[in-house]
Structure formats: C-alpha cells, structure tokens
Design a protein around this ligand. Structure first.
Ligand code: ZN
Length: 313
C-alpha cells in the first residue's frame, strides 16, 4: 500500500512553527505520523528538519508542492497546483457525489468473518477489528442509494484504506445486492472503485468467487436494460479491475489513476521488457480504448447526471 512518508518542506516552516503539532488526520487514516515532534528536539543540530503536520499541510504526491489542507479539501482533495487526485474515503466520496442528505445505506449489517482462520503478520480476525476501528467502516465497501442532481441512483464505493480496498465476501455480497436491487428498482448503477488489493487473499477462494458473483449480477442487470457507470479511481487493481470495475456500460476514470491487473513491477519482472511510458494510467488506458472518458473529480457529478440523461436512465 502506498504510504506517505513524513517529508521536509522548508518553505512552509514559518507557518509550521505556529501550527499545532498534529491535528486530526482526514487524509489517510493509515498514514504514518506526519513530521517530527515540534519543539525543542526539532530545533537541535543538523536534524532540525520539520515535517509537515498532517493536520494543516499536505505534500502532493503529484508535484511535491506543499498544499494547505483546507485549500485541497475545498477542491475535493485535488491538488490546486497540478490537479493530482488524492485519496478520499468511501463516506466522503458519497458526500461528494450525491445530493446533500440523500444517501441511504443498504446492507450495513453485513460483517466479515474469518472462514479460513487465516493469518499473515497477524490473524485476519484481529486485522478486521483493527481496520474497522481505524476506518470506521465494517468492510471495504459502502453501498446504498441517493440522488445525483435529483436522479435516484444505486451507488457503491470501495475504500482503499480498508485492507487496500480488497474484495472479500462482504464487499462482493454488498455489491451483488446493490446490483440486484438496482435491477429490481430499475435504477442507474454507479460503482466507484478504489481497490489496490484486488481479491482479498485472507478469504482465499471465497474472495475469488466474488468476481464471478458480482459479474453475473451485472450481466442480469445489463439484460434488464440497466445503465452501469463504472468509475475507476487510484488505485483500481487485481480482481476488482478484472471483474466489475471493467464491466461498465461507461467506464470513467479519474486523472492519473493507477489501473491494471498485476502491478507494473511484477509485469516488468515477469516479461522482462521496458514498459511503455504512463503504462497503467488512466491516460494510457483511454488511448488504448479501455476506458471511455477521464473525468476530473469536480466534474464527476455533472458528467454522471449527463450520462444518465443521455442514456435515458
Ligand atoms: Zn500537486
């Protein structure tokens, strides 16, 4: 998983001096503590470098600039300098996409179990509990209904901060129920993918089965004449990219998102050739016909509303 490292940004020092050491982090719940502790230790010797307190400043992964957090948040977590699209949580995503106060969650009672008694660095059962506490989610997907510019939709979002947004039984089941309900209620369907992990290895074959299960539900939805808009965001990889995320009637992607099956390093090591520039980015995939349109986050709501109207949804 991509992790932000605390880095030094000299030009923000004068402001950082007056900043509180650390305010609430809304950028990534799993980010390491930003910056060194302020105060005396930071003023001593050659290590008198100051990091970026995560409460106030962000360092852009796209251009390296130091951005005032509030400014980025007003732009829906997009860098004002280079347009880089940062992570947003599933709940924030629903807030950005749906008309205020219209989201109604479906299947909130589904909770993951540990059918294999799986253990990697720690037991999966413990991992689930700690991820739930850290993210406030029950699993890596949030689903429900709401309005987009007064058009009712069924909407699902995966969240890359919960075990890399990977698809286990609960993610698969919630998405399948979402698709089935969209079919019976004849609703346009939007699924926004932010899944770097693909199928969740902790649930083994049960995770892999979800790919077929969601895809089959989508096929029935398609036969019933439904409109499915898949939105791919950074990152959309593995079994998620290889199933529902690629099956949209329309596939939108956020700018510069990483989208693919295996990661570029794995592919490079396997086939031993230089990969083309921009490989597995939204822009590359648009050029090669894998996605239909790149849509900036600020335009996503209006583009989806337009597509629904155009398709007679
Ligand atoms: Zn930037």
């Amino acid at each position: 998983m991509e992790r932000r490292s605390p880095s030094t940004v000299p030009r923000a020092e004068s402001v950082i001096d007056t900043a509180p050491p650390r305010a609430a982090d809304t950028q990534r719940a799993d980010a390491p503590p930003g910056g060194r502790p302020e105060g005396k230790a930071a003023d001593r010797g050659p290590r008198a470098k100051r990091g970026v307190p995560e409460g106030l400043w962000l360092k852009c992964d796209g251009c390296g600039a130091t951005i005032y957090r509030k400014e980025a948040e007003e732009l829906l977590n997009v860098c004002p300098q280079c347009g880089y699209h940062w992570y947003v949580s599933a709940a924030a995503r629903m807030g950005q996409l749906l008309d205020a106060g219209t989201f109604e969650e479906w299947d909130a009672n589904l909770r993951p179990t540990d059918p294999l008694g799986f253990r990697d660095k720690k037991p999966y059962a413990e991992r689930i509990v700690s991820e739930q506490k850290r993210t406030g989610l029950r699993d890596a997907a949030l689903t429900g209904t709401g309005m987009i510019r007064a058009r009712r939709v069924a909407c699902g979002v995966t969240d890359s901060s919960f075990i890399m947004g990977s698809m286990g039984s609960v993610v698969g089941e919630r998405l399948t129920r979402l698709v089935e309900r969209a079919t019976t209620d004849r609703l346009p369907l939007i699924i926004i993918s932010a899944s770097g992990g693909g199928a969740r290895m902790h649930e083994g074959i049960l995770s892999l089965m979800q790919m077929a299960k969601v895809s089959a539900a989508l096929a029935r939805y398609s036969q019933a004449g439904g409109l499915f808009i898949s939105v791919l965001t950074n990152p959309t990889m593995g079994g998620v990219a290889a199933s529902f995320a690629s099956l949209g009637d329309l596939c939108f992607a956020e700018p510069r998102a990483l989208i693919g099956f295996a990661g570029p390093r794995t592919i490079k090591a396997t086939i031993r050739v230089e990969l083309p520039q921009g490989f597995q980015t939204s822009e590359f995939l648009l050029q090669h016909g894998f996605i239909d349109r790149i849509v900036a986050r600020k335009d996503l709501k209006s583009e989806i509303a337009r597509a629904i109207d155009y398709c007679g949804g």
